[in-house]
Design a binder for this molecule. Structure first.
Ligand code: NAD
Ligand code: K
Ligand code: MN
Length: 362
């Protein structure tokens, strides 16, 4: 029987609640499938930092290298500065494994009440592709004369031709694989006149490789308005690290809640394990209470299964997630309901087991 080696890194805050939930769901799927999972848990994050002075061990990437995929929760601790938790864990893995494509699907799931009242689920079906290795989060910059009136600080947005070409090609390819074959290249080349102009030029070049993809350009600020006012005109989007970070939180909110949205940090060349996580963070306001919505993590598990090539199991899980979101009694607080993380997880696991019983009977 095929066994997939999965690293689980819950991290901080509600990551410690939703990752075990995701693991339970994968375990339930493994029990009814022709494959199973071999999980290894890594207790990295804020607690590890308090004990060891770092968010993960120096040789942590080596421990992950042989895994088939990583399931991640969140990096962010109320008592540690965010730039330390983010750079010390999540970005260390994303950049260390060159997971340069961050893929963020957004749909309005059945039963979920989004703020776009005029919008039907058919009119909002997006995938945002975020450049995940350079740009605004390349870490280049510095501070001088700290604390003095002449203090200056920079965060350089560094983009390379190779980096932009590969994310653009990835986005065109993804758009090509979707029914509408539609790509919006998000830019800010009116104000950012060097890197973003190169970004636009490369889009034109790569587009020639994909004559069957219809594409357009949109400035990032205008894109936020378009997402709200004309959602159906968008399908696949590609944007820089920072722009897509912001657009995808907006997308998640428009689809009903940050608690639902999934993402994959993908190494398309499959040199390293890819990492799947809900897009939300540690949610300090609800952590430790069992109130976190695990659906974003479950949907991330769907992406993980797709990445492993287990399309049938991915479809089964997605269909079950949709059955569960359709039931208001299984909505967590962020969706206006009263259900707990555990109740939603149990409902999903029971349906997985039930799906098997049905298959056996058929
Ligand atoms: P957040 O996503 O943690 O929370 C924003 C709001 O959404 C909160 O009100 C929270 O309760 C709610 N929310 C988020 N996920 C939810 C869920 N699953 N169920 C129910 N409600 C949910 O964002 P933030 O407050 O900006 O960040 C908190 C910490 O998390 C910070 O340290 C930040 O750096 C970190 N963070 C980490 C990641 C990551 O590891 N990928 C992503 C975002 C934020
Ligand atoms: K996360
Ligand atoms: Mn974010």
């Amino acid at each position: 029987m095929k066994t997939y080696k999965i690293a689980c890194i819950p991290g901080d805050g509600i990551g410690k609640e939703v990752v075990p939930a995701g693991q339970a769901v994968l375990e339930a799927l493994g029990a009814v499938s022709r494959f199973k999972f071999d999980f290894e848990n890594f207790g990295w994050g804020g607690d590890w930092f308090r004990a060891h002075g770092e968010m993960m061990p120096q040789d942590g990437l080596d421990a992950l290298r042989g895994k088939d995929a990583i399931l991640f929760g969140s990096a962010g601790d109320p008592h540690i500065p965010d730039h330390i938790t983010l750079w010390g864990l999540r970005l260390k893995i994303c950049q260390g494994f060159d997971q340069y494509a961050n893929v963020r699907p957004t749909r309005i799931l059945p039963g979920i009440d989004g703020p776009l009242k005029r919008c039907t689920p058919e009119q909002l079906d997006w995938v945002i592709v975020r450049e995940n290795s350079e740009g605004e989060y390349s870490g280049v910059g510095g501070r001088v004369h700290q604390g003095h009136p002449i203090e200056a600080a920079t965060d350089l947005s560094m983009m390379t031709r190779a980096g932009v070409e590969r994310i653009m090609r990835f986005a065109f390819k993804l758009a090509q694989s979707r029914p509408r074959k539609l790509l919006t290249v998000v830019t800010k080349s009116n104000a950012q006149r060097h890197a973003m102009v190169m970004w636009d030029e490369i889009a034109v070049e790569i587009a020639k490789e994909f004559p069957d993809v219809t594409w357009d350009k949109e400035l990032v600020d205008a894109c936020t308005a378009r997402m709200v006012n004309r959602p159906a005109t968008l399908d696949t989007l590609v944007a820089t690290n920072l722009h897509a970070d912001i657009l995808s939180d907006l997308a998640a909110a428009l689809a009903g809640s940050l608690g639902i949205a999934p993402t994959g940090n993908i190494d398309p060349e499959r040199r390293y394990p890819s990492m799947f996580e809900p897009i939300h963070g540690s949610a300090f306001d609800i952590m430790g209470k069992g109130l976190a919505n695990p659906v974003g993590t479950f949907w991330s598990c769907v992406m993980l299964l797709e990445h492993l090539g287990e399309a049938e199991a991915a479809q089964t899980l997605m269909a079950i997630i949709e059955q569960v979101t359709a039931d208001p009694l299984l909505h967590t607080g962020d969706l206006g309901g009263k259900a707990t993380t555990q109740q939603v997880t149990q409902a999903v696991c029971e349906r997985i087991t039930g799906a098997l019983a049905q298959r056996k009977a058929a």
